[in-house]
Design a protein around this ligand. Structure first.
Ligand SMILES: Cc1ncc(COP(=O)(O)O)c(C=O)c1O
Length: 440
């Protein structure tokens, strides 16, 4: 049977008449998917099924929110039970204590935990906390790092033409949206990542003004770009030395790279961390965690943080079930995730080498991304903007759809390995890649 996505096309036309851009986030629409997105009807394990009846091996996994895969039975049972006994009380519940304790066991820097719903909210709260605790207005963020869509962070967060970036010693601050609070452009200090001297200079240029250094641990919104060896511990030490809070955004890396996230992998002890995505196993659960003394500033009468939906019982039930699976057997799950990703990455590299295609695969644990480039490696945002052929990647990913593989068509995102992926899924994906390359 030949591939068709006519029902998706028809649904998109219907959606356009009622929803802005035909969807709920630009990344799910034509910005990434070409003419129209595929409408997914259901997911199971490593598979998703679309409205036309096609099935795909899913390497997107809800942007990393599904470490166990789709509809894991433990998560399904936990959600069903919570839904049947009351979804949300806006009152204290035992399960929040339990999930906070589970997080603390896995992430030693989480001396205190506060729940929110999304990575964006967690980042906003962490920044307010850092400003409130230090009494300083500015913070340092890195070129190409994405921390959600709030004004303070939506600066130099997307790929741009290299000529628009300015000199790396003084990057042009690029507001990614109309309507941003213009003060954000003054208070958000932007520096290149993987460059300690750049941070030294920025701190020196704003004495007594910098509340926090906020960083992703692995650059996960420019494909996958790992930190240079020793960079993150040195960054943390620099922050501590200058009395600046070190804020680690683990929205992508948390509960995916290791039981204790990227901070465990790289030996860090952040003052504040933020978590989202994988924490909720597909439901909107996020957390801000950190040193007790700092986190205590969140008290009523201190730094405010509210939320009707904070610590939803359904979300926390999913989180508890998922964290149990991830923490079992000394965290063996993380080793499995890494092995599956290794197999996919090395298989893909072989295919590109055999085909004479100039492409590399960058990987950290279960996160990997294919980059069409002449370079042997991509080390930072500017290299990504200058040397990665994003249009080629989009064509490749869209061709993969026709061969039953669902990878994000955005070169700036990455593939996500879940516990539901097996060697057979890897082999079938590699086969699809061979065919997609053959399609041109
Ligand atoms: C590193 C990072 N931080 C924060 C966010 C924002 O999370 P959310 O989409 O849940 O608001 C994202 C989302 O992709 C992210 O990649």
């Amino acid at each position: 049977m030949s591939y068709t996505s006519e029902r998706s096309r028809a649904l998109f036309e219907r959606a356009l008449a009622v929803m802005v851009e035909g969807g709920s986030s630009p990344s799910r629409g034509p910005a990434n998917y070409g003419a129209y997105p595929i409408f997914i009807a259901r997911g199971e394990g490593a598979w998703v099924y679309d409205v036309d009846g096609n099935r795909y091996i899913d390497w997107m996994m809800a942007y990393g929110a599904l470490p166990l895969g789709h509809a894991h039975p433990d998560v399904v049972a936990a959600v069903a039970e919570a839904a049947a006994t009351g979804t949300l009380f806006a009152a204290a519940t035992e399960i929040e204590v339990e999930v906070a304790e589970a997080i603390q066991r896995m992430v030693p820097s989480a001396e205190r935990v506060r729940f929110a719903n999304t990575g964006t909210e967690a980042a906003m709260a962490a920044l307010r906390l850092a400003r409130g605790y230090t009494g300083r207005p500015k913070f340092i963020k890195f070129e190409g790092h994405y921390h959600g869509w709030h004004d303070d962070f939506l600066i130099n967060a997307h790929p741009h033409a290299p000529a628009s970036l300015g000199h790396p010693r003084d990057p042009v601050r690029i507001a990614e949206s109309s309507g941003l609070n213009r003060r954000a452009l003054d208070d958000t200090i932007v520096v290149p990542w993987n460059d300690l001297a750049a941070v030294e200079r920025a701190v020196g240029a704003h004495p007594g003004q910098v509340a926090a250094i906020v960083t992703e641990g692995v650059m996960a919104n420019m494909g996958v770009i790992p930190p240079e060896p020793g960079y993150l511990p040195a960054l943390e030490a620099l922050a501590r030395d200058r009395g600046i809070l070190f804020v680690l955004d683990e929205t992508v890396t948390g509960f995916r790279l290791a039981p204790g996230g990227c901070q465990e992998l790289y030996g860090l002890r952040p003052d504040i961390s933020t978590f989202g995505k994988a924490l909720g196993a597909g439901l909107p659960v996020a957390a801000i965690t950190g040193r007790a003394e700092i986190m205590d500033a969140f008290r009523w009468g201190g730094v405010l943080h509210y939320g009707t939906q904070n610590a939803s019982r359904v979300g926390l039930a999913a989180a508890r079930a998922s964290l149990r699976v991830l923490a079992a057997n000394g965290g063996a799950a993380f080793e499995q995730l890494r092995r599956t990703a290794d197999a996919l990455a090395s298989g893909a590299r072989e295919i590109f080498a055999d085909a004479g295609t100039r492409a590399i695969v960058q990987q950290v644990g279960p996160m990997l991304q294919i980059m069409f480039t002449d370079r042997p490696a991509i080390h930072d945002y500017r290299e990504f903007c200058a040397y990665v052929d994003r249009a080629r990647f989009q064509r490749f990913a869209l061709a993969l759809f026709r061969h039953g593989v669902y990878m994000s068509p955005s070169a700036a995102l990455h593939s996500v390995v879940s516990l539901a992926h097996t060697g057979a899924h890897v082999e079938a994906t590699l086969d699809a890649m061979r065919k997609a390359l053959g399609d041109g």
